[in-house]
Design a protein around this ligand. Structure first.
Ligand SMILES: *Cc1c(COP(=O)(O)O)cnc(C)c1O
Length: 381
């Protein structure tokens, strides 16, 4: 009994509010109230878990911390989910000085709550912060923030197999600045939302259109980091493709317009004669954590992986193709259209290599397969 008590006490102590520049009494009270122990099985009864899509369901609590450009980051605090006040002259809304991350927490078949490789998201955000001249958030602050956010919103975490808690960290220049220069202060914010599948229709193969007019990223630009400004220019091409019946666009490289780079905001793979090909990371391709995991999984299972320049014509002649990302997981591609030419893959169901990688990846995430790479990070609940 004494032992149990003390371990519960440790839990509570760990969750006590940390000192925060922006934190107040009310926040602290909310924080503590929301962090009563022993709620791993608590789930919201207001959600129809089977009809979840990849869309925003507002949750209860978000995390926020601020710092000035030259100060170290301090741990922040939880507060009710909702609008944040910001100067009209904030760097992020004037000049796009902002980054986002996207990661998922899962309820596993063993009853645990886990993140999938969250350290990789923390590191990627640090690389992005360097590129956009923002103070990088230390990995420990990042991990603490995403853990607290999931803990505080546990009832929104879908049951095993029904989806995941999508976690959205944001780093932005929130202080006012008129000239084009780094903002004087920064906000690191995390919110979460329960999500189902990204592409409607689940693991049905998707039809894609190669964009002939637009590119996502140029050499030397910011395509290799999750800069918020990378995404608005893709909305018009994507909308147009969707209106024409495609699920997304494929972007080719901006220099030669011949190599596949990405599928919207997901990485591209194709299989030819049993070998897995994916565009090499040239700086214009976002280094997806799912991409990296697929490569490692494939190699572990004896599939040869080649990271190279992948010509659109080669991709269109492949046996299987899929795209992948935290949101998209692994989505099989049914067809790729370039101008008048349409290449199709299989019969609309995932090919054998795609299926195998999907099963392995999802199996690890929900603990139906052994976590041989140590990719899961348990969230104490
Ligand atoms: C986030 C993202 C991906 C996928 O990265 P994951 O870490 O696997 O989620 C791929 N491409 C772009 C452009 C992205 O923004």
């Amino acid at each position: 009994m004494a032992l149990r008590l003390s371990s519960d006490c440790q839990k509570v102590t760990k969750r006590l509010p940390r000192p925060s520049k922006s934190g107040g009494m009310l926040e602290s009270l909310i924080y503590m109230a929301r962090n009563a122990v022993g709620r791993v099985n608590e789930m919201s009864e207001d959600i129809d878990w089977d009809s979840l899509t990849f869309s925003l369901t507002p949750t209860d609590t978000m995390y926020l911390t601020e710092t000035s450009a030259d100060d170290p980051w301090m741990p922040g605090s939880l507060r009710p989910y909702g609008p944040i006040p910001m100067s009209p002259a904030a760097g992020v809304i004037n000049y796009g000085q902002g980054l986002f991350e996207g990661m998922k927490a899962f309820r596993t078949s063993k009853g645990r709550v886990v993140f999938f490789r969250p350290e990789e998201n923390a590191r990627r955000m640090q690389r992005g912060a360097d590129r956009l001249k923002m103070p990088p958030v230390p990995e420990s602050v990042f991990i603490d923030a995403v853990e607290q956010c999931v803990q505080a919103n546990l009832k929104w975490l879908p049951p095993t197999g029904k989806g995941a808690m999508y976690v959205r960290p944001l780093l932005m220049g929130s202080g006012p600045i008129l000239g084009v220069a780094p903002a004087p202060s920064y906000t690191f914010l995390v919110y979460v939302t329960p999500v189902g599948p990204y592409f409607k229709g689940g693991v049905n193969a998707i039809d894609l259109l190669i964009s002939e007019e637009h590119h996502r990223a140029a050499p030397g630009g910011s395509g290799g980091v999750k800069a918020i400004g990378n995404y608005a220019p893709g909305m018009m091409p994507s909308k147009k493709a969707k209106a024409a019946g495609y699920a997304e666009v494929i972007y080719l490289d901006a220099e030669t317009h011949s190599y596949v780079e990405e599928v919207g905001a997901a990485n591209f793979f194709c299989v030819k004669d049993g070998v897995l090909y994916t565009p090499e990371l040239t700086g214009t391709i976002l280094p997806g954590i799912t991409r990296n995991s697929v490569i490692e999984l494939a190699r572990h299972h004896g599939i040869k992986v080649v990271e190279t320049k992948v010509e659109a014509t080669f991709a269109m002649g492949a046996d299987e193709a899929f795209c992948c990302g935290t949101a998209a997981v692994i989505s099989p591609i049914g067809s790729i259209t370039k101008g008048d030419v349409k290449a199709t893959y299989g019969d609309g169901t995932p090919g054998p290599v795609t299926q195998k990688l999907y099963t392995q990846l999802v199996g690890i995430q929900n603990e139906e397969q052994e976590d041989i790479f140590g990719w899961l990070h348990e969230v104490p609940v």
